[in-house]
Design a protein around this ligand. Sequence first.
Ligand code: FE2
Length: 431
Amino acid sequence: MSFDLVVKHANLPDGRRDMDIGLSGGRITAIETGISAEAGETIDATGSFVSPPFIDPHFHMDATLSLGLPRMNLSGTLLEGIALWGELKPLLTREALVERAVRYCDLAASQGLLAIRSHVDVSDPRLVTAEALLEVRDRVRGYIDLQLVAFPQDGYFRSPGAAELLERALDMGVDIVGGIPHFERTMEDGAKSVAALCRIAAERGLRVDMHCDETDDPMSRHVETLAAETVRHGLKGRVAGSHLTSMHSMDNYYVSKLIPLIAEAEIDVIPNPLINITLQGRHDTYPKRRGMTRVPELMAAGINVAFGHDCVMDPWYSLGSGDMLEVAHMAVHVAQMTSRDAIRSCFDAVTVNSAKAMGLDDYGLEVGKAADLVVLQARDPIEAIRLKANRLAVVKAGRVIARSERRQSRLTLPDRDATIIDPASYAPREG
Ligand code: FE2
């Protein structure tokens, strides 16, 4: 037996150490110790952690890298972001959208982020965003699995023509039905929009991923309707609720009823830690709410929780770098998920849980799955998050598509010999 590529001396997510991974024909074909068969190429991981790729289940690729166009968000709020995006929309061109999106995909792939679900604003009658991102989906197919959500940013009922535009975008080939019930004019319209959008998804055989309750208003309870409509339309396991930030501020008694409803409907929950911590709580003085949904409690109820990046250098967020470890790092802090197991859960939330939310069946570091993986300059998932670890190699379909030099510094002090500092060499002391 021979391999196209063998990764030697890898630490795996399941805790196995010093394993070799053989890849051939675009598949993982062996995971064992001491592979000695011939290989077209060999990577010596030297005890580094090897993970399946990072997956971002919530992004806005039509807005990414537009920071400063046509101006900056001065208040930093979600609503000014939406208004600013509204100013930019008439100025968008297909060429500029494609150029920015592909540049972002290149950055993402270099960081081992190989699947992204992007919402696409379908409020503009030209549908230039949908046209552009459908083109991008094809252009990046060889290295990024891009899913697109038809997202009526200005409201399914609130924005004239949105209902028709959303259906047109789906006809054009956009994959998933989106929504924004908390932005409709009334609570009643919000609930009606959830029902209408779930019906469309059921009729077309599509998944649903809704921006839902992205507000500090504890009475914003559209996820309750989302759970009910999911069950009514037989969409269990095919619906995601993105953000759900109002849960942060809700009454505990009500949440004790709500979480089992979300679990029953098998809804995937997608918080966006970097964005939730910056956009929520903006109307508070002190104490200021964090505004991220109740991640540990949702996970404890057996609900699949996956973290999204949401924004990079756009009207809502001026930072970000396509690094899902930065997303997980923020989640650890915001949710105070600091136990060893909880930090590992945050790593899962940017890898396996995200793949599950996106329905990626071919994903995982197992024999028979797609030959996609990332070699990290860290020894395990906890170190990977702590260091936002360097990606030493990114492998897609059995081919190395990105490589980085080991990150280290040469420390020179007057009273000592020069020392090489490798951040990944600082391990916790056991016991
Ligand atoms: Fe979003």
